[in-house]
Write a protein that binds this ligand. Structure first.
Ligand code: GLN
Ligand code: ZN
Length: 784
């Protein structure tokens, strides 16, 4: 094989290790079973393996400082000394335990993630920094926290240390830094009058210092990530970029910066980006392939373009011939010295190695590429562009063959699904009557008290439940015994709900491993990996389902469980389903059809399930859309299109039922102000939402003239082990009554209870029922 190649880069690599080595090393350290030295050694071994792997595969721009023990934004805060006073840091090297206190709170171990997003509660100790989603990925970063008068100082030389560590192993790396403007924009302050960007002047000298040290030790290129360049930016932010990169060019005229953008198009920031005095610009040509022409037209001839053509966000194998058809003319136009080939974004967002998936359908496997396979694709592209396609013809032919079998495989394409999708009419997304009429019918049929009480679906997944599931999966617990166990759990949960006086019951979801996986496993068109872990935050990893083909429902998925649960009680039992948008947003989705098409297919399958539940006698069916809000595009201009098809998909699920059947939905996120019209357009009869942590302020969006249907504002923060007192919940409900009409209000927790202990759940729900009863008495006395 020719060693002639264009520069190729992964931009960043998964840190977790192919067998989740980082997670185990961290947990062992946190639990006191291993020492700091052992953790540091495990981390170094993972980095060394990462560098060796890339080198062996033919990646030439090998990154360093892409590794993190927890999160790279947190690393950046530590590097620049942005450590809030509560952590008690007084200068000098930041101790490992201070770092982890920022990540997890000083008591540690209280990580919760019921909702795919997560919250930290550190009991009496120091709380963790807030955590939130990294752009539109399912990776979560620790939010930098700034104060007015914030000082910055170089407090960690991690980028340099890791550059030198790689150098000692024989790798000349391209260090990665999170750029100063994106870093500031990702942060926030308790002081609402503080604009983080105003801190730029104090921050830049720290960046200059670390860049200077890198250059002094031999770094010639540094990758500096400014993903904020794909967002809607105001003029002050663009100006901040000019100031920052102007300063770097002035202070370090010889150091080459690869200004790296990803997750979307530069769009109206393109002019700003190409005018910055940097040596290179990386653009995402997977999310935004259409921007190539504009970038080529505007980029100065001396600018090195890094073309992100291998998908860093998804698991599909590239068609190398198609990519080369696009890349060769670019190369001819700009010259080999001014083009690099790269992943669209860091490979952090994909699983590591497909070779570990020995149990996947081999045909599907042949269509996939995880990080290791993507690095090989990059190397092949680099060689083909430098040495001609002949030098790597076999790899190219293989990729074309894979693409063509995928394009025609009956495993992917199901004519019946396509035909059915095409017959969806507007009428199918409309309930027969308007909410007011439905409401009257439902009220008459259900005879619920005012302020009806209910829960969101799941009850604690105790260690017995998890053990039984694992034993069943291993084959050591027979299917019938497992089922009997689950029935006993369900039965007990129902009996207990009756005892404490809840009005609308749930079966507890004991049979479900995960709210998306449970449905994916029963639908055709989905596959599941054994080792396809992706970092969600810190030491928490997820294995997203792979949605590879047309979706259909071979048979009912939840009806038997619902029927059993309803047979245990006279009270109404909610049918419990996960909605299509959430299933989509938490999966790796096929890239050969628009997301809206895949979503509609899932919606039709859920619609059938809803109708089967109604047929079986369910009077209430909840369709959870936990992830609807987080699927919003990064650019506001794209929101409407997304919300249109997302809302349509939801409505398609629930609109085939009679007026007397009550459709519920649940959403975890709480910022609804800017999408309240879309939420209202979903037209669920009842929505339960998270509000307790904001003390009901979030309900301002739901004032009844904008949101007429029923609402259950969560009154119990399930993300905390704390048991709320009755008065706390009546206080919250009083606030709700001020904002909504009393007849709209349901009483329920914030989210499902699966991550909690029964010891916490029992008293909390007893108190919740008491709060609802007090309110009923009070309101009826006031009325009569
Ligand atoms: N019904 C689900 C549960 O209770 C909803 C979870 C969620 O919103 N993330 O677990
Ligand atoms: Zn939730």
């Amino acid at each position: 094989m020719s060693s002639l190649t264009l520069p190729v880069s992964a931009l960043g690599t998964p840190r977790i290790g192919p067998r989740r080595e980082l997670k185990f090393a961290l947990e062992s350290y946190w639990s006191g079973q291993s020492s700091a030295d052992e953790l540091v050694a495990s981390a170094a071994a993972l980095r060394a393996a990462n560098w060796a792997r890339q080198h062996a595969l033919g990646v030439t721009n090998i990154p360093s400082n892409d590794f993190s023990l927890y999160d790279h934004v947190l690393d950046t805060s530590v590097m620049v000394g942005a450590i809030p006073a509560v952590y008690g840091w007084t200068g000098g090297e930041v101790p490992l335990d201070t770092y982890f206190a920022m990540a997890r709170g000083s008591q540690g171990g209280a990580d919760d993630a019921t909702c795919g997003h997560s919250h930290h509660h550190a009991g009496q100790g120091v709380p963790a920094l807030e955590m939130t989603k990294w752009f539109d990925t399912n990776y979560h970063y620790m939010v930098p926290e700034f104060t007015s008068g914030q000082r910055f100082a170089l407090a960690s030389t991690k980028p340099l240390d890791e550059f030198l560590e790689a150098k000692a192993l024989g790798y000349h790396t391209r260090p990665v830094l999170l750029g100063p403007v994106s870093y500031l924009k990702l942060g926030k302050s308790q002081d609402p009058s503080l604009d983080p960007l105003s801190l730029l002047g104090g921050l830049l000298p720290v960046y200059v210092e670390i860049l200077r040290r890198l250059a002094a030790h031999g770094a010639d290129w540094v990758q500096i990530d400014e993903p904020c360049l794909v967002l809607d930016l105001d003029e002050p932010t663009r100006q901040a970029l000019r100031v920052a990169y102007g300063m770097f060019a002035y202070a370090l005229p010889k150091l080459k910066l690869m200004l790296t953008t990803y997750f979307g198009a530069l769009g109206d920031n393109l002019d700003t980006a190409v005018e910055l005095p940097v040596a290179g610009l990386h653009v995402d040509l997977v999310r935004a392939p259409e921007q190539l022409d504009a970038v080529l037209a505007k980029a100065p001839s001396g600018l090195v373009l890094s073309l992100g053509v291998v998908d860093g966000r998804n698991i599909w194998r590239a068609n190398l011939a198609t990519l080369l058809d696009r890349l060769e003319p670019v190369l001819a136009r700009r010259g080999a010295d001014h083009v690099q080939i790269a992943a669209s974004c860091s490979l952090l967002h994909v699983p590591i190695d497909l070779a570990l998936e020995t149990e996947l359908d081999p045909e599907l496997t042949n269509w996939l590429a995880f990080a290791v396979q993507k690095m090989a694709e990059l190397a092949t592209l680099g060689r083909a562009l430098a040495g001609g396609r002949e030098s790597v013809s076999e790899a190219i032919v293989d990729s074309v063959l894979a693409a063509s079998t995928r394009a025609t495989s009956p495993k992917v394409h199901d004519r019946a699904v396509a035909e059915r999708s095409a017959t969806v009419t507007a009428g199918m997304t409309q309930r027969a009557s308007a909410f007011a009429e439905r409401h009257a019918l439902q009220e008459a049929a259900l005879k619920l008290p005012s302020f009806p009480t209910t829960t969101i679906g799941s009850f604690p997944q105790t260690s017995e439940v998890r053990k039984a599931r694992a034993a069943h999966a291993k084959g050591t617990l027979a299917p019938l015994d497992y089922e009997a166990f689950l029935r006993r759990e369900t039965d007990a949960a129902i009996r207990w709900q009756e005892e404490i006086g809840l009005d609308v019951l749930v079966h507890g979801e004991f049979e479900r491993n995960d709210m998306v996986q449970y449905f994916g496993e029963q639908l055709s068109g989905f596959a599941f990996t054994k080792s396809g872990w992706v970092q969600s935050y810190g030491s928490r990893y997820v294995r997203p389902p792979i949605l590879f083909g047309d979706v259909s429902r071979p048979k009912p998925m939840t009806v038997d469980w619902w029927r059993y649960a309803q047979s245990c009680t006279q009270k109404p039992m909610k049918g419990m389903l996960t909605g299509p948008v959430t299933i989509l947003n938490w999966s790796f989705v096929r890239d050969d059809v628009p997301r809206s098409v895949a979503c509609r297919q899932i919606a039709l399958a859920i619609r059938d399930e809803v109708q089967d539940l109604e047929q079986a006698g369910a009077r209430m069916i909840q369709i959870d859309e936990a992830a609807l809000r987080e699927g919003l595009p990064l650019r506001r201009g794209e929101w409407k299109h997304y919300l249109d098809w997302a809302v349509e998909s939801f409505r398609l699920c629930g609109s085939g039922v009679g007026d007397a059947t009550q459709i519920h939905t649940h959403m975890c996120y709480s910022e609804f102000n800017d999408i309240i019209d879309a939420i209202a357009a979903m037209d669920a009869d009842v929505i339960s939402i998270e509000t307790s942590r904001s003390k009901m302020e979030l309900l301002d969006a739901f004032v009844s003239d904008r949101y007429p249907n029923d609402i259950g504002p969560g009154v119990y923060d399930i993300h905390s082990p704390r048991v709320p007192a009755v008065e706390e919940m009546t206080e919250l409900l009083d606030k709700a009554i001020v904002r909504l009409s009393a007849s709209q209000i349901w009483v329920n927790p914030d989210c499902g209870l699966k991550t909690r202990q029964w010891d916490e759940v029992r008293p909390a729900l007893v108190n919740m029922v008491a709060a609802a009863r007090q309110l009923r008495t009070r309101v009826s006395e006031a009325a009569g």
